[in-house]
Design a binder for this molecule. Sequence first.
Ligand SMILES: O=C(O)CCC(=O)C(=O)O
Ligand SMILES: [Fe+2]
Length: 207
Amino acid sequence: MTALQGSLLDLADDVVVGRLDGTSRRHLSHGAWVDTLTGWVGGAHGLYAALRRDVPWHAERRQMYDAVVDVPRLLCFYGEGQPLPHPALDECRVALSRHYARELGEPFVTAGLCLYRDGRDSVAWHGDRIGRSREQDTMVAILSVGAPRDLVLRPRGGGSSVRVPAGHGDLVVMGGSCQRTWDHCVPKTARPVGPRISVQFRVAGVR
Ligand SMILES: O=C(O)CCC(=O)C(=O)O
Ligand SMILES: [Fe+2]
């Protein structure tokens, strides 16, 4: 009985990367779009726990005008060819590369991980415009595990914002001109929220 319970628990811990054919696309202005798929990764608890435990999370400090401030989240970046911290993330990367191959024309090769410890952690308005994404269309695919937070997008030229919920096991892909013509952020929240881990898959030479 104990052995059976043990194996059932193991089973419940298994991380399952689902199919991508259920993604739904929302077209934004200026050729930007977002694809979403809720519950892409099943057993996401196991993935969250393993990443929380195994990733060498570190804090960063950044120059902000004339002060040096803490970046309000923990980070870890995996460059091209670097082993990812969980086999499910390799599976995600390969599945995304295959699914978007025709449209993107190149594979996802890097993974940026962020840990938002609570509602005070956030990422300010920005576009991922370091590298080719400043001039060219690209995609940034984000897997979220842990507490749900919102990814909010707004057109750079002004206009109303779009709120995209990023829940446990969900996928959000920003594509087209999204990094150039729109900004995105994960706002702070006063709601009592638990920790969230975000995994951003990008192509070579884009941050
Ligand atoms: O946490 C997220 O899902 C977004 C993170 C992000 O925009 C970034 O690291 O560039
Ligand atoms: Fe970003």
